[in-house]
Structure formats: structure tokens, C-alpha cells
Design a binder for this molecule. Sequence first.
Ligand SMILES: [Ca+2]
Length: 698
Amino acid sequence: MIRLLVAFAVVMVGSATVFAKPIHKQALALHMGPYLLAKVNDCRLCHVPGDTGPNDDKPHNAFGERLEEARKELKKAGKPFDITVRFEMIADEDADGDGVPNLLEILTGHSPADAKDKPNAAELTAAAKTLGKYRRFLASYPWRPFEPVKRPAVPMASGAWAENPIDAFIAVGHREHELVPRPEADKRTLLRRVSFDLIGLPPTPEELQVFLTDKSPDAYAKVVDRLLASPRYGERWGRHWMDVWRYSDWAGWTDGKDIRDSQPHVWRWRDWIVESANADKGYDRMAREMLAGDEIAPEDPKTLRATGYLVRNFKSSREKWMTDVVDHTFLAFQGLTLGCARCHDHLYDPIKQTEYYQVRAVFDPHKVRIDAVPGEADTKKDGLARAFDADPKVVTYLYERGDERNPDKAHPLSAGIPQSLGLKFPDVKAVGKSTGRRTAFANWLTDAKNPLTARVAVNHIWLRHFGQALVPSVFDFGKNGRRPMQPDLLDWLASEFVERGWSMKPIHKLIVTSRTYRMSSTPDARNASLDRDNIYYWRMPPRRLEAETVRDHVLYVAGKLDVTMGGPDIDHALGLTVFRRSMYFRHAHEKQMEYLKLFDAANTSECYQRKESIIPQQALALANSELSTAMAKLLSQRIAKDVGSDQPKFVTAAFEQLLGRPPTATEAIECAAFLSQPDRRAGLILVLFNHHEFVTVR
Ligand SMILES: [Ca+2]
């Protein structure tokens, strides 16, 4: 929905005053990257308000007219005449005759078509430096997401900062933008960060002591290995992938509202995700099993669980169901808004409407059903929700303007994929009663030469380690998305991922052991003045814990988290009294634990990236909920076992447990005063639950 709104907003802003071809506006924005300032990234850069001219274009201003002339000149000379070529061709000209070249006007945020609007002397001085950076930006590693990944060379490291290839790529940005990377985080902060990151839980005080006293050079690497080997890892990262793959439990029937996403017993797919992550099954294998597990291993119930990915999209409306399967498969695995091509050829990316329906033909034959499981004949009570090809003879037609009432019956379509992605659709071979189309599609998707699959996957992994992605538009790697500022790093990671057999654990290890990851998150005014948004990673961005992690954290510190794994979804109304990990509770539209919703739990319809809101109800949940009160009491009793009646020791232990650090001198004094009243220990714990550091990873 947000995606659609953004697309509409682009058009609406344009049409209210001036209209430029969106494709040109987007191409220019991609070409110039951060050097196209927001105030000139506007249709008015090239157009004036007025009646629509030929090609639905509004009339051009002086700069736009020169761009048009350049088109004719280049065309006549038989040369390429893309908007970016024309733009660079007239960069040093002065369209409005105010004495400042076009490019310098644009780089300083002024109009190249308005002589009354030009940079002052100070701006021009600064622009000389910007111009150099812009030229180097244009000459740097290109972002070509539709071409196969070519492994970029790791930059030569200068200085001792870079320790692994990730750092070498990041160090280039530091040098170019004169940023000084923050020093390494202290051991406490680092251990807390990496524990939450890899297993979704903080270190225990014992684990902290072991790490603080381990002076061996591989102390940190040992911690990383321990965390990656923990079964909690599969739950933590499984939950991340459940966001991307839109996990939803069966919500049942809501009277009259027709809530039919998913199917009963789909939790077996959730368990398959967790097990696969823990076993470090290749991402390619995971994708193939989710899309075509019933064709790859028709007799293996363990593999059939994976097709819960398809089951999840089930809706009573066949049209909506098929649309969701096609659109979200491309958003999740290819970072492409293929859905735009349902009604017409894609506006921005090279995808034809016919190709959209060829992808649909891959999925048209399938339906979902529930198989009986051993020991339970009644599939209402238990069963295996799975996909299968029910109708191998189904014929797929293009719908005129996306309207299912107008199928183009003259042209039946075979299964296929967008040609612009450069690979052939593999031969389709039937498997038993199944068409084999989904297997062919999955093989295409996970071909090492598929330009997008590995790039999109490592971008999702990076996002969850750093809280910001390399390609900020995680579901749109196309022309309407936003380009990465480290395309070489992204490509190197994608190539490394495939070379390591699509295995995720080595990529996690590479990332979390990098110096980039180990940096402190502390602010720095000078760096911030040069790179306010930390685009070039001069520090680790601090982050709020995700919803599940907040709740798990509260239970864990009180010693009450029940780490039983898997099984049927637990009633979401029991979240405050059943102490299993949060990911095992019912998660469906209209059936989500309130506590988790408050902390921005995944939207079941679409959640390629979580949002981070701050609302007063979060504080109330942490301070007043039944869960917090009960856990505060338990934790206070737990600490008392170790420290007896010693109040300063109690305060220190509480801080260590909840915030991962001892209290400051001021905090110690304030807490001592607070505890001078009787029976306030649990109250102090509650206060610390509410401390912003309790829900923050630094
Ligand atoms: Ca001007």
C-alpha cells in the first residue's frame, strides 16, 4: 500500500503544477544519486506549468529545451540519447545565461533555467569540491541490478582500519567523505549487540563475565560461533525471514469479513523455517522447497511443510490469491514491483504485461490442501497444509487492463519469466501429476546467474544487522527504487553468498566480525555534519529492539522464558501468561498479541522492513502490564538470592541484567535514595524496564 501511495505521490505532485515523464525524473535521480538535492529533484527542473504538449509533456523551460535539442543532435549523429547522456552533454553549458554552468546550478540546488536564481560566491566555492566528488561518484562502481553479479575487486586498504573485505569497501566511503570511523564499541556493548542480533536475547551475567575476562585474540570470534550454533539463532533469523515471506497463521473465519489468509496448521512451515536456518540450509534450497517442495520431494512430509509459503497466500478470491503469489514472490525474492505490469507494461522497469501473466502461468495450476498426519485422521484437529498442482490443464490469458472479465483468449500464455532478467526459463518437465512449472521457476530463481536473487537476499541480511539496508528500497531494486551508495560491497557480498553455497551463517559471521559492525554507536558532530544519515557507515546505528525481542527480553531476564521450540501456534490472548518465545504465538490479521503490536510487530500483509515507532502505550506496557509486574517481582527475588540485603549490590546487579552495564555514580545515588523506602526493589526493576536503554541496542 505504501508502495502504491509513493508511486501515486510522484505522479500527483507532478500533475498539480508541472508534469515530467516519471521515467526521466527517476532516471536522473538514479544517475545523480545523493548529488541531486531534493529541492531541484522536481519536474520544474526542466518544465514550466502550462498545457500538455506532445507526448503528454508539459512545455519545457530553457534547460529542458536544451535537453530536447540535445536529443535531436545525438539522434542525428546515431548516438545514444538517454536522458542521462543528454544531461551530461549540456552540463557545462549555461541555459539561463546567468554565468553559472547548468551542472553547478543543480549541484547547489538552483535552477539552471532561471537567471534570477543562482548560487552565491560561498556556494560556488563549496560546489567546486562537490563537483569533484560527483565526478568520482559517476566514475565509481556502477549499480546495474539487472546484470549478473560480477565479483568486484576488494579495494586496497590504506591504513590499519580495515580488517576484512567489508571494511575495505566501507573505508573507501570514509576516505572520500572525510569521515573518521568511530572507535570499537566496548566489550559489554559489543556482546549485548551481537547477542541480540544473532539470537534475539541478551547475554547472561555469566556469559558477560566469561567474555570480559577472555583476553585471547579470538574471544569475540568464539562468542560469534557459540551464538550461531545456538538453536535460538534459527528462531531469531527465522522470524526475520517470516517477515519477508509474509508468515501468517490461519485466522479462521471472521463473521462476514472473510478473513481467509493462510490455512490451519501452517505453523509447520514456521518450524521448517527455524529448522532450516539452524541447519544452515542454503538459501537457494530454501527458496526451491518453498516454491516447489511438493514437486522436488513429493513423498517427504518434512519438505512439503516448506510449501506453506504458497499456502499462506490462500484466499477465497482466486484472483486476489494469484495476484498476491506473483506480486509478493517478486517483491521478496527479486526486489521487483512486478505487480505494476498486471494492467500495463511496467512504467519504470523492462517488464511487459505479457510477462506478468507468464509468471502467473507458473502458479495457475496450484491449489492448497490439508493432508492427514500420522496419528490424527481429522484434518481439522491437525494436518499438513501444503501446495499441489490441482489443475495441470488450466490455461492462462492476459487480462486486458488487468481486468479478469477481459481475458485475451486469442493468445494463451505459457509459463515464463521477464526476458530482461537475462536468463532463459528452464525446460518444464512434469513431475507425476504436477506440471513441473514451479520447479522450473524455482531453478531459474536460484540460478547463480540470476541477477537479483542473491543481491536482494544479502541486502535483507545486511538490513537486519545494521538497521539500515544497502539498497534502501528493499523490495524495489528497479528504476523507481533507490540506488545503494555501496553497490560494490553489495555485489561482493552477493557473490560471496553464492560462492559459499548460499549459506547464511558464514555471511553473518563475516558481517558481525567486521570492524564496520564492531564500531561504537556514539554520535560525532563532525561526522554528522558531513554525513547526517550515516550513509557511509561511520558509526553503528543504535536501534530499538523488535517487538518479539522486547517481550522475550523481559521474560528472559526474569528467568522465565520457556525455550520449548515449535508446535502449533499459541493463542495470542495468552501472551502475558504463557512464557514461550513470542514468535510461537498466533500471528494473523486481527489475531495478534496486543503487546507485540504496540512495538511494531510485523504487518501480516506485507513487512519487508519493520518500522520503529515511539508511542506512549509502549511505556505503559513496560511499566504497568501484568507481565512486567510479575517479571519485575521475580527478577528482584532472583537477584536477592545472590546479593541478600545489600542495596548497592542489588542496584548494580539490576543494571547489569537489564541494561548490560553498571549504574553511573549519579544513578547509584538516585537508586539508593529510591530503595531507602521499604519494598521498592521490584519497583526499581519496573523503572529499569522502562529505561530507554532496556529496549535499545547500541
Ligand atoms: Ca540560474
